[in-house]
Design a protein around this ligand. Structure first.
Ligand SMILES: *Cc1c(COP(=O)(O)O)cnc(C)c1O
Length: 410
């Protein structure tokens, strides 16, 4: 695949970032100007939570919920819209799961005078109407996916719960058909992960300021892999280049266990098979995850860069059930005062396991955990949890085998 294969979808600057071998890429000044509205994001020592857990561990939380859309997604939405705006692009299409990415792209689009059209996964569209309103407040348009507006959408019944894979097919289809329209992806691709490394670069400087050396463990939740890589890859660099011995752990939901139970092979990024094939951990592009509340973690694939690092044994992965994650989310809210997004609660749950292990072993390990966003628009999920309506929902072997059977032979 060469740059020209991606040209219908992305501006040239992003395509070149997709294939760059440079270690650093400068952030353009107009992007820095927007970042200054909410960055640096805080690195918080979670002392009240440490006390509650009775752990000698030092828990540092890198909090991306301070961004205008409430998550790390703004970090890539801004440069993506900026580069598109340089080429006179009138409209951007995209998909969104829980709605975080659609919100971030709508906000960034408003800043640079670009229209933003969002296909939202049906299950989230139905259960999170406030997300849609927020996207509309920022000037975006929202369609329930699968929609009747695209061939990819028409292949499914209108009441289908949808998936990120289907929504991606719809947004890509529309962008590929119009010259003045391009597509923006909120995760998975190399350029997205690159933009997110601002998180980890800041965290390294903040940790040094706090007088800590290399952390013992860095933890992030992984849906498509962008906040996880954004936080952890600068630490991975310290491991590879400077011999730091930091353990790096990706956390995924047991209902969508891409890294821990998927296969490492070529697959499509979307359901209709319109994207290039990517070598990655995958559950199969037909996979429709159960409608858990961590909507941002419901994706069948994983960023090729994260997949590669896992395959090389450079990072570890675990899959957790949602009840434990919500329990930790509530505990974190009651101690630190921040209601984490259900996705982020997965990372916090693994951090708690580490902190309790440290208590057992009596060591002062340093834990850095990515808090990718706040959950103030996910209160319906917390309501279900508090009412006792949530259940665990690990993926069955049969369902896994069925969806892996659809991965193309390459
Ligand atoms: C989208 C989202 C995620 C998952 O996406 P990644 O690309 O894996 O980071 C995690 N947390 C929040 C708050 C999100 O909005």
């Amino acid at each position: 695949m060469g740059p020209e294969d991606l040209a219908p979808l992305f501006p040239i600057e992003l395509i070149m970032q997709e294939v760059t071998t440079e270690r650093y890429v400068d952030i353009p000044e107009p992007v820095l100007e927007v970042y200054r509205q909410y960055r640096s994001s805080p690195l918080i020592r979670a002392r009240a939570w440490e006390k509650k857990l009775g752990t000698p561990a030092h828990i540092y939380v890198k909090y991306e919920g301070v961004s205008p859309a409430g998550s790390h997604k703004v970090n890539t939405a801004v440069p993506q819209v900026y580069y598109n705006s340089l080429h006179g692009i009138r409209r951007l299409t995209t998909e969104t799961g829980a709605g975080q990415w659609g919100t971030a792209l709508a906000y960034a689009s408003a800043l640079f005078g670009v229209e933003c059209e969002v296909w939202q996964v049906g299950a989230s569209f139905d259960t999170k109407p406030q997300r849609r309103t927020l996207i509309e407040v920022f000037g975006g348009t929202v369609h329930r996916s699968p929609s009747q507006l695209t061939e990819s959408g028409k292949a499914f019944p209108a009441d289908h719960p949808g998936s990120l894979g289907i929504a991606i097919s719809e947004a890509v289809e529309v962008a590929a058909q119009a010259d003045d329209t391009k597509y923006a992806l909120g995760s998975v691709l190399n350029h997205v992960l690159l933009h997110q490394t601002v998180i980890g670069e800041e965290a390294l400087l903040q940790l040094a300021k706090a007088g800590e050396g290399a952390p013992d463990v860095v933890i992030g939740c992984a849906g498509g892999g962008s906040n996880f890589a954004g936080l952890s890859f600068p630490f991975l660099r310290e491991n590879l280049v400077n011999g730091a011995g930091t353990r790096i752990v990706a956390v995924e939901p047991a209902s969508c266990p891409t890294i821990t139970r998927g296969e490492y092979r070529y697959d499509f990024g979307d359901t209709a098979g319109m994207t290039p094939l990517m070598k990655m951990y995958t559950l199969g592009h037909d996979f429709v995850p159960s409608p858990i509340h961590a909507g941002g973690l419901r994706y069948h694939g994983m960023a090729p860069l994260v997949s590669h690092a896992v395959h090389e044994g450079l990072i570890d992965a675990v899959a957790l059930e949602q009840l434990e994650c919500f329990e930790v989310g509530v505990e974190f809210a009651r101690t630190q005062g921040i209601v984490p997004a259900p996705e982020s609660a997965h990372a916090l749950a693994q951090a708690r396991r580490e902190a309790l292990e440290a208590k057992e072993a009596g060591d002062e390990r340093v834990i850095v955990v990515g808090l990718s966003g706040h959950g103030l628009l996910e209160l319906g999920a917390y309501e279900s949890y508090l009412a006792g309506h949530l259940t665990d929902d690990a993926l069955s072997e049969d369902a896994l085998a069925a969806s892996l059977a659809g991965v193309p032979a390459v």
